[in-house]
Design a protein. Sequence first.
Length: 182
Amino acid sequence: MKRLMMIIGALMLLISAAYPQSGEPVKFQELNLSGPRLGLTVAPEGSLYDELKERGFNPVLSQFGWHFEYTIHPENTVGPDFVVEFIPMVAGVENGTVLPHINLVMGIRLPNGVEFGLGPNVLFTEDTVHTALIIGMGKSIKYGDVQIPLNFSLATSPRGNRYSFTFGYAINRPKKQGTWGR
C-alpha cells in the first residue's frame, strides 16, 4: 500500500509540473465516451479461485459489458481529462453461467491517451458477494472520433486478486460546454 501511495504521489507531481496553473479561465467540455467492452480475467489464487475450481470453472473468465463514461475535457488548453466510469459486466459465459459484476472507476486520462484510475468492484457469485478495490491503467488510442481503450486492471481483495485485460470502443459525443475557474 505504501508503494501505491508513492506512485500516486509521483504521478500527481508529474501532472502538476506538466500542466502549470494560469490566470486564464479554462473552458471544459463534457464528453460521453460510452461503448462496449470485452476481455479476459484471471483469478490465479485465493478463495475465489477455489470457488471457481469447485464449480468446475476455469480460472480464466471471459468478460462482456458496457462502459458508461462521463468525461470533463479541457478545450482551450492542454491538460488531463477527468473521468468517471461505471462498467457493468458479465463473466464466465464459457462455463455455462453468468457472473455479474460492476465497477465504478474514477481517474485521469492524459493528453497522450495514458489513463489510470481506481474504485470499487463488486462481483456476484451464486451465494457470495465479493468486493474489491480495482486499480486500472491503460491507453486510449484515438481513431478519428472513435477511441479504442486498452486497459489492464487489478482487483485486489483478501479473497484473492483478479487480473483483467479489457478493450472496446467509444464514439466521441460532446454534451455541453462551460467555463470554469472564473
